[in-house]
Design a protein around this ligand. Structure first.
Ligand code: SF4
Length: 346
């Protein structure tokens, strides 16, 4: 496998010199995101924040803006918190032990193992989805994908196989094998360096390992998205401090109930504390979050503020922003889709 990795390893910027800070940033960015998507974000990030100290000193809003479009923003907040905590403890690079790394926000067993082994060549396992799948197939483990039992057993198997002094190359080889050869649906066993020793392949069950996890049912939602202009400013809603897109400003959207924009918006506006008029329909966009698939019809309108809105503005739940400020805000994906529709319309 090591020989295969030395010939097939992708040339990736964080592999150049294995700078521990760059490995840490790449591992945060790669959580639930493909390498190709991460590459341009990583390059921009490193050009602006080349080391741990520069990131620890960065402005929260600038960092969030740089992350915009990469999704799962809690990773960005956790990375910033982790790096600031490290800098506060006097570190100029991430600590060189999986145990020490796992004390920081957003660093679970996988990220701690990946940074410790890839940056510092420390012999600890790093079991992500790819490695879990490869281990489940090599040892024909009949356990459910993503389960803690499988993660534990896969970590044991990886530790047992790891050649002395080769943690960095070995863990990356397993990840690369899962990403390029041992694919979820159609593993390319003929190209696999481990084909001769793979139990699942010998038994012809490689596509059935690991066992698939039950997926939550997809929920389809139809919604309205409304950009309201109140005395020339855009009315934005602040998302709750926890959960998806936590703390972001967004162009408000709400579920359709009658199918008639004005009727639905009337009810919604009363709740928010506005009276809407001068509607203009802009277009339709689709977006997804967790297991929800949303189709949203977007519109703009003029709105008059009622006392209830004034209270909500004072409480910080809603905000009035000059239109020219919108491109500078870090907005969730649905709001950016809306603005794109609006720009195409102008
Ligand atoms: S032989 Fe096939 S199933 Fe086994 S590890 Fe290689 S690619 Fe995966």
């Amino acid at each position: 496998m090591l020989e295969w990795f030395s010939r097939h390893a992708r040339s990736l910027p964080w592999r150049d010199g294995y700078d521990p800070y760059k490995i840490l940033v790449s591992e945060f960015m790669l959580q639930q995101t493909q390498v190709d998507t991460v590459l341009p974000y990583f390059e921009r990030w490193i050009s602006l924040y080349p080391d741990l100290t520069s990131l620890a000193d960065a402005d929260d809003a600038d960092v969030a803006k740089l992350w915009e479009g990469l999704g799962y923003y809690s990773r960005c907040r956790n990375l910033l918190s982790a790096v600031r905590a490290m800098a506060g403890e006097g570190y100029t690079a991430p600590p060189a032990s999986a145990e020490a790394l796992s004390r920081y926000p957003g660093i679970g067993p996988y990220t701690a193992g990946a940074v410790a082994s890839i940056a510092y060549n420390i012999p600890v396992p790093a079991v992500d989805g790819n490695v879990e799948r490869v281990a489940a197939r090599l040892f024909d483990i009949e356990m459910t994908a993503g389960s803690s039992a499988l993660k534990r057993l896969a970590a044991e198997k990886v530790s047992g196989m790891m050649p002395r002094g080769e943690a960095r190359a070995f863990n990356q080889a397993l990840m690369e094998l899962g990403a390029l050869v041992c694919l979820p649906r159609d593993p390319m066993c003929l190209d696999c360096p481990c084909g001769a020793g793979c139990l699942a392949r010998m038994r012809g069950v490689q596509s059935l390992r690991p066992l698939p996890k039950a997926r939550p049912a997809v929920k389809k939602i139809e919604a309205w998205g409304v950009l309201c202009f109140v005395e020339g400013s855009c009315l934005l809603r602040r998302r709750p401090d926890k959960g998806l897109w936590a703390g972001f400003w967004e162009i408000p959207w709400f579920e359709r109930s009658t199918g008639d924009l004005r009727a639905d918006a009337d009810l919604w506006g009363r709740e928010v504390g506005i009276e809407c008029s001068s509607w203009e329909e802009i277009g339709t966009a689709r977006f997804s979050f967790t297991n929800h698939r949303v189709t949203a019809w977007f519109a703009t309108c003029e709105a008059r503020a009622l006392p209830r809105l004034r209270e909500r503005l004072s409480a910080g739940e809603w905000g009035l922003h000059p239109p020219e400020d919108l491109p500078r805000l870090t907005l969730p994906a649905p709001s950016r889709k809306f603005l794109k529709l609006l720009r195409e319309r102008l």
